[in-house]
Design a protein around this ligand. Structure first.
Ligand code: SAM
Length: 251
């Protein structure tokens, strides 16, 4: 997968040189390129923002640097082999992190992990001039994606979180693919609690069923734990049939 990131803070992304994403870059599974939006400005101060039309506090990111930078990246990506193979609808997905976007989910991460090209645009200040989204939405696939119902200073941290979530789902990035299956949100529920050695620590014992060797009993216990935890912490995730018993557990 090729991933392009546009930002005014390229240095943020040095952490993507380490851990699993770093290894995936080294092995060529992920081709990640970080671009400085200020390289697409043409004034002495490399200005990327201006005051909002209609008044109000803060500054808005100007459309021109975004247009120039995105045209260049899309042009480069579109002549690449991956796009040619994927057919005429293909082209990179442009992802703009935004608290006003659709909520990022594991399901979304799975679907984005199948794309050959993703381009992330990191907003700052009060965000990006709306016409940038409108312009590229007309030409291709634009998504505004929120990490959650809170406001960050910029899109960089949100993009890093999304790349971690998407990157680990690209085949080959995580050594044992089975470890991706039994995880929170994969089957819609939160994961059961995990334990390792020693079997007793500071007076806390590992649940006996996990030491029993009885795989059926272990699977049943884990399922029960998933439902209990999800009902207690995130009842909104429970399928309707399970809502009532889980609510009782909380009392
Ligand atoms: N004025 C914007 C609003 O109220 O929707 C918030 C702008 S925020 C200070 C600056 C940038 O941070 C946004 O353009 C976006 O890129 C990023 N950002 C902030 N919160 C985010 C969130 N919850 N999810 C994803 N990106 C976020």
């Amino acid at each position: 997968m090729r991933i392009d990131i546009l930002t005014i803070f390229p240095e943020f992304f040095s952490v993507l040189d380490v851990s699993l994403v770093g290894k995936a870059r080294q092995s060529g599974l992920i081709d990640l390129r970080v671009h400085n939006l200020r390289d697409h400005t043409h004034d002495r101060h490399n200005t990327v923002d201006d005051t909002p039309y209609g008044g109000g506090a803060g500054m808005v990111m100007k459309p021109e640097p975004w247009g120039e930078a995105l045209d260049e990246i899309i042009g480069e990506v579109s002549v690449g082999a991956a796009c040619d193979e994927a057919g005429p609808d293909a082209g990179p997905i442009l992802i703009f992190p935004s608290p006003a976007g659709e909520l990022f989910t594991q399901k979304m991460a799975r679907s984005l992990a199948e794309e050959p090209n993703l381009v992330f645009g990191c907003g700052r200040y009060e965000g990006i001039d709306q016409r940038v989204f409108d312009h590229y939405a007309a030409a291709g696939r634009v998504r505004l994606i929120s990490l959650g119902d809170y406001v960050l200073n910029g899109g960089e941290v949100a993009v890093m979180a999304m790349i971690e979530a998407i990157g680990r789902l690209i085949p080959g990035v995580v050594g044992n693919p089975e470890s991706l299956v039994e995880e929170s949100h994969e089957d819609g529920l939160l994961e059961y609690p995990s334990y390792t050695k020693p079997s007793s620590w500071r007076g806390h014992d590992v649940p006996a069923v996990l030491l029993s060797g009885n795989h059926g009993a272990i699977a049943a216990w884990r399922r029960e734990q998933q439902l209990e935890r999800t009902g207690r912490v995130r009842p909104d995730l429970l399928p309707p049939a399970n809502s009532e018993p889980a609510a009782k557990t909380r009392e």
